[in-house]
Design a protein around this ligand. Structure first.
Ligand SMILES: [Zn+2]
Length: 89
């Protein structure tokens, strides 16, 4: 989707536990620009850029509060880069 020049491209930005995946048009609110975000718990939500930037949305909801955001933490010589959503065998 092509963004208007006055829109802030949030793709790839991290807000708390949310990573912004892509912009979408909200079909109900006058086609307002919204953002699809992936939470570190694996849930996906849609929220507005203003909510993200104001810190009003930092996770998908209360259900994932037990999931600790480890991204950026260091353990010895290891640095946590990202959460792996793939199933582990
Ligand atoms: Zn979550």
């Amino acid at each position: 989707m092509v963004l208007r020049s006055n829109c802030i491209d949030e793709t790839g930005h991290i807000y708390g536990k949310l990573e912004v995946i892509e912009p979408i048009r909200d079909p109900t609110k006058y086609r307002k620009l919204m953002w699809r975000c992936k939470c570190i718990c694996g849930n996906e939500i849609v929220c507005s850029g203003s909510d993200l930037r104001a810190g009003r949305r930092t996770s998908c909801g209360k259900r994932c509060n037990h999931v600790i955001n480890e991204i950026g933490n260091t353990y010895g010589t290891l640095i946590v880069l990202k959460r792996d959503f793939s199933p582990h065998n």
